[in-house]
Design a protein around this ligand. Structure first.
Ligand SMILES: [Zn+2]
Length: 84
């Protein structure tokens, strides 16, 4: 099993590499390199007008980084739940 990287929004290991604009299939966050240090910033790039912090709250509330993405997301696979 290849090493997968943790999505900065949902925390599941869905990404083939970090910071490569990869779209997470579990929460629909696009990984543009934003992380804990700047999570409150609204970058106005690929993820629109929401910060990573807001996207994380959305994921907790509705299961996607934004409510409009709920129809697109899927449940995480068992191997994506691994802590390390
Ligand atoms: Zn995610």
């Amino acid at each position: 099993m290849e090493t997968r990287f943790r999505c900065p929004c949902c925390g599941f290991r869905t990404l083939a590499a970090p910071d490569t604009m990869e779209l997470c299939p579990v929460c629909w966050w696009e990984d543009d390199g934003q992380e804990d240090a700047d999570a409150a910033d609204v970058r106005l790039t690929v993820n629109g007008a929401i910060s990573l912090s807001e996207a994380r709250l959305h994921f907790i509330e509705c299961g996607a980084s934004h409510p409009r993405f709920v129809p697109h997301v899927r449940r995480p696979a068992v191997e994506e739940m691994a802590a390390e």
